[in-house]
Design a protein around this ligand. Structure first.
Ligand SMILES: Cc1ncc(C[n+]2csc(CCOP(=O)(O)OP(=O)(O)O)c2C)c(N)n1
Ligand SMILES: [Mg+2]
Length: 327
């Protein structure tokens, strides 16, 4: 078991995971109240992957995500208020209210707007990493994708390019055992669909407990260091599980109850909370204070977003086509 880092770092990681969980739960209720437009694909249960992978990135490093982006965005530093405004389609949303739940992001904090095409973000992340390399910068890219994405052609093209050109990109596969409602067991003949394929491209790979934030973080730090030193890509396969359906209205009837129970007993937030308490890193009161503060912040963000203005009608065609400039 990996040693708990400093108290400050442990509590900060806990806070980030708690924020993601509380945000996703709030969105779930708001969506089913019928006051939030669009659809939702949530990452509840996968918080340790987001926080562990992104905790040691710099603001000017990039993160590429896909159709389940909220946790990744919050962990990369997209503001809660701008995420919430985006959910309500408001002008102050991180995509000015035009992206919605599946396309959140904020380039000013290195969170590339989410790509809904399964596997579509993998070659784009390689492209960003190539740009960093050509500009002789030491920035890195962390690219999240699911187990299902490993069966897409784009996965193989991206791995080949990243390996051949030694690109500073870390590919983080969140293997939650299902792609939408289909078990990985019936679409792939491998135990580790991302890591086992790494050898084909001569990319180093690790298989990690994706519900242990410290284990994820250690693997991420090793990979980030390699990438910054110009040693090329790493594939990290994170074993994890959704605590929610694939998208709205999915009651998960396709998942065996025993499987759900076994994974729910290893909830990433409860696991880390228990360790913090058992090892006396912080008290119950200190953790409760963090949780209460986050609950308040979420309430405030919801009220703010509900009352915020919609985008002006005249702005409907803005930000769709390139409007000039060199940045
Ligand atoms: C190219 C493409 N095919 C199909 C879909 C529909 N779709 C959206 S999410 C998803 C499942 C993806 O599974 P996985 O990569 O394991 O990610 P997870 O949903 O488990 O996070 C599918 C099939 C899509 N968005 N893009
Ligand atoms: Mg999956």
């Amino acid at each position: 078991m990996i040693k708990i880092p400093s108290k400050e770092r442990a509590l900060d990681m806990y806070e980030k995971m708690y924020l993601i969980r509380a945000y996703e739960e709030e969105i779930y209720y708001l969506f089913f109240e019928g006051i939030m437009p669009g659809t939702i694909h949530q990452s509840t249960g996968q918080e340790a992957c987001a926080v562990g992978m992104l905790y040691d990135l710099r603001k000017d490093d990039y993160m590429a995500t896909t159709h389940r982006p909220a946790g990744h965005d919050l962990a990369k530093g997209v503001s809660l208020k701008s995420m919430m405004c985006e959910m309500f389609g408001k002008a102050e949303g991180c995509c000015k209210g035009k992206g919605g739940a599946m396309h959140t992001g904020d380039f000013t904090v290195g969170a590339m707007t989410a790509n809904a095409i399964v596997g579509g973000n993998l070659p784009i992340a390689a492209g960003v990493a190539l740009a960093f390399k050509m500009q002789k910068k030491d920035n890195v890219v962390v690219c999240f994708f699911g187990d299902g994405a490993t069966n897409e052609g784009a996965f193989h093209e991206a791995m080949n390019a990243a390996a051949t050109w030694k690109l500073p990109v870390i590919y983080a596969c969140e293997n939650n055992l299902y792609s939408a409602t289909t078990s990985i067991k019936i679409t792939c003949n491998m135990e580790n669909p991302a890591a086992d394929r790494a050898a084909a491209y001569n990319i180093p790979a690790e298989v990690v407990d994706g519900n242990d934030v410290l284990a994820v973080n250690e693997a991420a730090r090793r990979a980030i260091e390699r990438a910054r030193k110009g040693e090329g890509p790493t594939i990290i396969e994170l074993k994890t599980y959704r605590r929610c359906g694939h998208s709205r209205n999915d009651a998960c009837g396709y998942r065996p109850k025993e499987e759900e129970e076994a994974w729910y007993a290893r909830d990433p937030i409860a696991l880390f909370r228990n360790r913090i308490l058992e090892e006396k890193v912080a008290t119950e009161a200190e953790l409760a204070a963090i949780e209460n503060r986050i609950t308040e912040e979420i309430k405030e963000a919801v009220e703010y977003a509900k009352n915020a203005p919609f985008p002006a009608l005249e702005s409907a065609l803005e930000d769709i086509f390139w409007q000039g400039g060199n940045d």
